[in-house]
Design a protein around this ligand. Structure first.
Ligand SMILES: NC(=O)C1=CN([C@@H]2O[C@H](COP(=O)(O)OP(=O)(O)OC[C@H]3O[C@@H](n4cnc5c(N)ncnc54)[C@H](O)[C@@H]3O)[C@@H](O)[C@H]2O)C=CC1
Ligand SMILES: CC(=O)C(=O)O
Ligand SMILES: [Mg+2]
Length: 372
């Protein structure tokens, strides 16, 4: 198979879909790899690194999209990229379609087959291609939140760990999955007083067993959330209902109950955000204020630490990418129901029910798509 990797064009996105090591593995199995010039620069990989792995470096994204059988990326294709996708072409990347009707429309119109990293599953009920970026975004969340809490950035001027004689910041994490657990660990490590809310009792039991001495946890009801949010210096949004739009757990009216200068970090923004007042921002202009509450809502947080993130993502995508290249998408998905769960679009049809529900569109099952 001819595998193509364009340079990411989303603002301030420095990750790359294929590492030289991944390109080398595919080439070692008889595939060919084309990479856009400078695609890996932001993550510290030069064109020569890709050439040394056996890949061919091309000058433009147009050539990559025109030639490749499979496009491997990081972020959802931007409008100009979507115009270059063609019928029968395989796209393997993050999509986050539920909050994005324009992208969904364009992917359906292109006739391509699109497998979304974020809905591929594993045997443990996890999301193996989302997990590494959730680990990164979770660990970054208290870091960017504490920067936003600084007075010069609009925050209330509270230090995460406090100092002797002055108490620490109060941090509330809504959602105790991968993002939430990593966020809570780092916030607690910075000395903050941390409470994690989740709606899954098995998850709360796990958090209690493993991290009981490090941070508190509580069942996530609207009442518990309202009470904790009033006292919080920082709230980190980390909920997920896979593939679906995030539920709104803090309303605009609730902002007036919060401390002026408190900070909301909405990591769930890529699924539409879990605070009513969240709107996606970029690394170039990451924060804004609503009703005296600071918001950080960057939808591609891991891009800020592109080298760590690229290598972590590449480790997770490699076996799936190789399976798609070796077998073609149909055989690979027929053999692996977890990879089939990643199928969101095929031949003009939506193939992921939660996306259809979020956007009011009809969908077919992945199994049906295998027969088209
Ligand atoms: N902004 C960014 O750059 C990034 C965003 N993300 C996003 O972060 C979000 C979280 O991802 P993960 O932690 O990997 O998901 P996860 O599935 O590991 O955890 C989500 C948790 O939310 C809980 N939950 C669901 N509804 C809830 C509610 N009403 N109240 C409290 N908890 C609730 C679930 O029980 C689960 O434990 C996703 O939307 C993901 O796409 C992930 C990586 C990067
Ligand atoms: C998960 C995701 O969307 C990201 O890493 O950008
Ligand atoms: Mg994202």
């Amino acid at each position: 198979m001819l595998i193509g990797c364009p340079k990411e064009i989303k603002p301030q996105e420095f990750r790359v879909g294929l590492t030289p090591a991944a390109a080398g593995e595919a080439i070692g199995r008889g595939h060919s790899v084309i990479v856009e010039t400078n695609a890996g620069m932001g993550a510290g990989f030069s064109d020569d690194d890709y050439r040394a792995a056996g890949a061919t470096v091309l000058d433009t994204a147009e050539e990559i999209f025109a030639k490749a059988d499979m496009i491997v990326k990081v972020k959802e294709p931007q409008a100009v990229e979507r115009k270059m996708l063609r019928e029968g072409q395989l796209l393997f990347t993050y999509l986050h379609l539920a909050p994005d009707p324009e992208q969904t429309h364009d992917l359906l119109a292109s006739g391509c087959t699109a497998i979304a990293y974020e809905t591929v599953t594993d045997n443990n009920g996890g999301l193996p291609l989302l997990a590494p970026m959730s680990e990164v975004a979770g660990r970054l969340a208290p870091q960017v939140g504490s920067w936003t809490l600084q007075k010069a950035n609009g925050g209330r001027g509270v230090l995460m760990g406090g100092v002797p004689g002055v108490g620490p910041a109060k941090v509330v994490v809504i959602g105790g999955g991968v993002v939430g657990t990593h966020a809570a660990k780092i916030a607690a490590g910075m000395g903050a007083d941390v409470t994690v809310l989740d709606r899954s009792l098995p998850r709360l039991r796990y958090l209690d067993d493993v991290y009981g001495g490090t941070f508190k946890n509580q069942y996530s009801t609207a009442a518990a959330t309202a009470e904790l949010v009033q006292q919080a210096d920082m709230v980190i949004g980390a909920v997920l209902i896979p593939g679906a739009a995030a539920p709104k757990l803090i309303s605009r009216a609730q902002l007036s109950t919060m401390k002026p200068g408190a900070v909301l970090v909405d990591v769930a923004i890529d699924q539409g955000g879990c605070f009513e007042t969240s709107k996606a921002t970029t690394h170039a202009d990451p924060i804004y204020e609503v009703d005296n509450v600071m918001h950080y809502c960057v939808a591609n947080m891991p891009g800020a630490v592109a080298r760590t993130s690229t290598i972590a993502l590449g480790n997770a995508t490699l076996p799936f990418m190789l399976s798609l290249a070796d077998k073609g998408w149909k055989e690979a998905c027929a053999a692996d129901p977890h990879l089939l769960n990643g199928l969101n679009v095929h031949a003009g049809k939506l193939t992921y029910a939660a996306v259809g529900e979020a956007l009011g569109l009809d969908s077919i099952t992945g199994q049906d798509a295998l027969n088209i």
